[in-house]
Design a protein around this ligand. Structure first.
Ligand code: NAD
Length: 484
């Protein structure tokens, strides 16, 4: 077990106080709020609670900074982003430990990769460009399509991947010439406050500001007259509030929201060999994963053997504090989510559904620990199949007919991701093509990249992040028509 107190003593990034970052300065607040360590249920730190005036100051500074930042060339902004990535890398270990402390995820297998991937994304995105296109040219005129930055972008982020999901927004927004104000989730503000603090030593004042506080800051941002776009990641319910509130100022929106992803294991699948991928696809980050497998459909032919092997693999995992190097499954991030996941367990039990692993919460244990729970073949209309559990419970659901399972997978208001697993790749791809989702993986899980669009269909999202398509959404198309 890592000795946190010894580690904190030698690191400046853990210890409070934490500050807002506004106009290039670290700013104190009168009010603070508690941030919990989900592995202990104890207060980890106090985070600054920004006032409406401080949010306004951050937006005003971003608006001023936009004038000079947007006038820089791509090459100049690339240099700033690379310098920022280097500065983050210098604090990589501390950021990762802080991420585990506030979020709960295992340090080596989840937190460090999240920080590393974020830094790598900044570097890779820094090299991307959106050139001016000539869309028409003839003897009399030429038509150019430019992509101009929007202005101040407001980023609103969730608590499941607080570092990655915020920096996914920062890199393309800044590269394309926008400035940004981030509001992290009140459950996990600390890593964001720290990477914001690091930004102030590298980026021009006002280019990237951080305001933490309660949920009430969200609506203030979505209605703010000087914010041009909201890039939001969170639940579908909150996303609907964002849409309504943003209408008043006709903001651009990118919304990454909830999902209920199905994995379909085909009748011909080499299912034994993919159990680890399926397990981690569902239970990675304790199931708090927007594109996590939330419904695992398997064919009746290998039902019993599959469930036994899946449970066997699950039994090898260790639940506990993410700082313990032997732990592979951490706690649920917060009490609210812990209670929500317990409601799923209560519903499963009340309906007499078959729990083949887990299901019992140790009430005497401090922290928000839910054991990995496997439910064998719950009915299609049950809560655990129909709703997003966002916790370490996986329903394994039996199907007989491929057409039927495709219909069941699509019968959802969500359309975020999905996966199909089979020996015959062409047959698996044919099924993948029928899924009504923004992303489908075939015989692999959760592959991502800076040039791969990431986004949901139906009520899972509007627009995409990642990819050229995602970068375009930080710009306005501007058509310039020139008579020769
Ligand atoms: P949430 O919707 O409760 O909160 C997200 C953010 O919105 C937080 O910063 C919160 O403070 C803020 N917020 C709350 N009320 C607001 C309002 N009225 N206006 C504006 N902002 C407001 O979501 P969460 O519980 O933090 O995250 C879990 C959800 O996020 C899950 O549904 C998950 O599927 C989804 N998610 C989606 C993706 C994706 O890429 N599609 C990625 C991660 C998480």
């Amino acid at each position: 077990m890592l000795n946190v107190s010894a580690k904190t003593a030698s690191n400046t990034l853990f210890d409070g106080p934490y500050y807002l970052s506004i106009a290039g300065k670290l700013v104190e607040t009168q009010a603070t709020f508690e941030v919990m360590n989900p592995a202990t249920g104890q207060v980890l730190a106090h985070a600054p609670a920004a006032t409406t005036e401080q949010l306004d100051e951050a937006v005003a500074a971003a608006k001023v900074a936009f004038k000079t930042w947007s006038a820089l060339s791509y090459d100049e902004r690339e240099q700033y982003l690379l310098a920022y990535a280097d500065a983050l890398e210098a604090h990589r270990d501390e950021l990762a430990v802080l991420l585990t402390l506030e979020q709960g995820k295992p340090l080596k297998t989840m937190a460090e990769p999240e920080v590393d991937q974020s830094i790598s994304w900044i570097r890779q995105i820094a090299a991307r460009r959106i050139p001016v296109e000539i869309v028409e040219e003839n003897d009399s005129h030429i038509v150019e399509l430019h992509h101009t930055p929007l202005g101040v972008v407001g980023a609103i982020t969730p608590w499941n991947f607080p570092v990655l999901l915020a920096l996914w927004k920062v890199a393309p927004a800044l590269l394309t010439g926008n400035t940004m104000v981030i509001k992290p989730s009140p459950f996990t503000p600390l890593t964001t406050l720290r990477f914001g603090q690091i930004a102030q030593s590298v980026l021009p004042a006002g280019v990237l500001s951080i305001v933490s506080g309660g949920n009430e800051l969200g609506p203030q941002m979505t209605a703010h007259p000087d914010i041009a776009k909201i890039s939001f990641t969170g639940s579908t319910e909150t996303g609907k509030h964002v849409i309504r509130s943003a209408a008043g100022t006709v903001k651009r929106l990118t919304l990454e929201m909830g999902g209920n992803d199905a994995a379909i294991v085909m009748p011909d699948a080499d299912w034994k060999s993919v159990i680890p991928q399926l397990f981690w696809g569902a239970i990675g980050n304790s199931g708090q994963w927007c594109v996590g497998i939330k419904r695992l459909y398997i064919h009746r032919a290998y039902h019993q053997a599959f469930v036994s092997a899946f449970v066997e693999y699950a039994r090898q995992q260790k639940l506990g504090d993410g700082l313990d190097p032997e732990v592979t499954v951490g706690p649920v991030q917060n009490k609210m989510q812990f209670d929500k996941v317990r409601e799923f367990l209560d519903d499963i039990k009340a309906r007499g559904q078959k729990i083949v692993l887990g299901g019992e919460v140790d009430e005497s244990r401090p922290g928000y620990f839910i054991p990995v729970t496997v439910v064998d073949n719950p009915p299609e209309n049950s809560k655990i199949v129909q709703q997003e559990q966002f916790g370490p419970i996986v329903p394994i659901i039996v199907y007989d007919d491929v057409d039927d399972v495709v219909a069941r997978a699509n019968d959802s208001p969500f359309g975020l991701g999905g996966s199909v697993w089979g020996r015959d790749t062409r047959a698996a791809v044919a099924v993948a093509n029928r899924l009504e989702t923004g992303m489908v993986w075939v015989n692999e899980m959760h592959t991502q990249g800076v040039d791969i669009p990431f986004g949901g269909h139906k009520q899972s999202g509007v627009g995409t992040e990642g990819g050229h398509e995602g970068r375009l959404l930080f710009t306005n198309p501007k058509t310039v028509l020139i008579k020769k």
